[in-house]
Design a protein around this ligand. Structure first.
Ligand SMILES: C[S@@+](CC[C@H](N)C(=O)[O-])C[C@H]1O[C@@H](n2cnc3c(N)ncnc32)[C@H](O)[C@@H]1O
Length: 290
């Protein structure tokens, strides 16, 4: 998860040119934190006992406020509630979740989907393994698949390229395609390819929801000073830590028929998205739908 404001231990870790969960000090500590985290979660009566281990959650959701599992559960529920509110998710929806991580969204989707189905894809094999072993996701309508695209952080020996990979789904086969905090780690050609694939896989009448960091080049908000082939990054030594784009980029990827729910950090203070990042809601067939 992209964290715009960092402090203390986390900013020190990032100065060491690594992501938090890969830092040797964090790796040494997580077995202990996992045990205490499990005790805390098991003592709760609000569904946290089944969320993935702390060491698994921090791979895709950052370290801040992860202990105890409350944020993991609540943020997944908030996103799912927002999808329902936008009219793109119901109990019958067939969902594709690209970059599903350890199932933050999935945890909340379990309570919503009835006849609808779920497919989660991710390049991180340990995250996919965590999902396939998670008792919450044992329904036959929930399916997870490892995507073997190379990723310096998550899948260094991957045999495929995100700029050209074909996602393993049939054309026009899903009603809702989500990618939460995925485009915030991808470069331009990768975003272009994933957007193309999403539009191919989407059923007529369906919707795509991606979260992104959308900067206004004239706005002083954010610190995305470095240009990497059209992508705006803040940390040159760790460019994939947070990748921002403009509204024009989104239009180029998905076409003009999209709506923006603005994230928490726009210069004018207007805030419409459920959480920090901007939400892009694409309904490409809306005009031709009956
Ligand atoms: C910040 S995490 C977000 C996880 C999840 N969507 C969520 O909101 O909790 C980004 C996820 O994208 C995955 N990822 C990174 N590059 C990817 C790629 N090229 N294709 C698919 N997944 C990717 C990572 O393994 C990671 O699990």
């Amino acid at each position: 998860m992209v964290e715009l404001k960092e402090s203390g231990l986390i900013s020190w870790i990032h100065r060491r040119k690594t992501v938090s969960w890969q830092h040797p000090a964090v790796r040494a500590l997580v077995p202990v934190i996992d045990s205490v985290d499990r005790v805390v979660r098991n003592a709760s009566s609000d569904g946290r006992s089944n969320v993935p281990r702390y060491s698994e959650r921090i791979r895709s959701n950052g370290m801040r406020h992860q202990f105890g599992g409350r944020l993991f559960l609540d943020s997944g529920r908030a996103d799912v509630a927002a999808l329902v509110k936008q009219g793109v998710l119901s109990s019958r929806t067939d969902v594709l979740d690209i970059g599903c991580g350890v199932g933050r969204l999935t945890t909340a989707l379990v309570d919503v989907l009835e006849s609808g189905t779920y497919i989660g894809l991710d390049v991180d094999q340990p995250s996919i393994q965590s999902c396939t072993q998670n008792l919450l996701f044992r329904e036959p309508t929930f399916h997870f698949e490892h995507l073997d695209a190379a990723s310096e952080l998550y899948n260094p020996s991957g045999g495929e390229d995100s700029r050209s990979i074909s996602l393993p789904l049939a054309t026009a086969s899903r009603d809702l395609i989500v990618a939460m905090s995925l485009f915030t780690h991808l470069f331009t050609k990768e975003c272009e390819n994933y957007a193309r694939e999403m539009l191919r896989i989407l059923r007529p009448g369906g919707a795509i929801v991606v979260t992104a960091l959308l900067i206004d080049p004239d706005s002083p908000v954010g610190d995305f000073r470095h240009d990497v082939n059209g992508a705006h990054v803040s940390a040159k030594n760790m460019p994939r830590k947070g990748v921002a784009y403009t509204r024009q980029d989104v239009t180029r990827w998905f076409g003009p028929d999209h709506m923006l729910l603005r994230g928490r950090w726009h210069a004018d203070g207007v805030f419409e998205a459920p959480r920090q990042q901007d939400w892009v809601v694409v309904r490409p067939h809306e005009r031709s739908s009956p």
